[in-house]
Design a protein around this ligand. Sequence first.
Ligand code: URA
Length: 245
Amino acid sequence: MIRLDKYLADMGIGTRQEVKRYIRKGQIRVNETLVLTPETKIREGEDEVWIDGRPVGYVSCEYYMLNKPSGVVSATQDSRGKTVIDLIQEQKRKDLFPVGRLDKDTEGLLLITNDGQLAHNLLSPKKHVDKTYYARIQGRVTREDAERFAGGLNIGTDDNEERTGPGILEILRSGEESEIRLTIQEGKYHQVKRMFEAVGKKVLYLKRERMGTLYLDKELKPGEYRRLTDKELDELKESQKGVRR
Ligand code: URA
């Protein structure tokens, strides 16, 4: 059960104050009955709520897969530029946020939701969720680099160590410019770029392809998004049940 004013505000009909006004002005009906009190309790999914004759269904959680484009920040608000949330046009909920951050110049898989529990499970280092990145690297990536990644690296300084866990580095092409795939289980600040810096190399292009059981849909161009399928969502939630704490 949820208060009528919260129900309407959650669905983006207006701010809490605005929807209270709509209710008091007689614009809202619940199951055919005019309702004038914002405190009225609504059974989500059972009661039918209408504003000016239009139905307002209730959605408690939304889940979108976004192929984040370069140049957009992974935040809910930014005073200077566009955020990943601005890209989601059909959202119902106003409390969506990105699950983790990708750098402004990084592309790829970003889950956008308002499900705080799922986000916590995916991001907590204790939960060991694999994140896989594709990258183009300046210079020749070698087997020795892969061995160093496998042992974990110091991405801090000599005086102030910051060690990463092991990373699985797959070399797809090695040359003047190399292509790699890297799987890590953490999300430290600029982690992939700093891991390559630790072996004296520079990331030229970075894209996230996977987070746990969720893979970036190859049909999504940068800037495009879609809702998660039921199967994707079930698999993500299921995979969180047995994880180590
Ligand atoms: N590692 C980085 O360096 N940047 C990202 O955006 C994600 C992981």
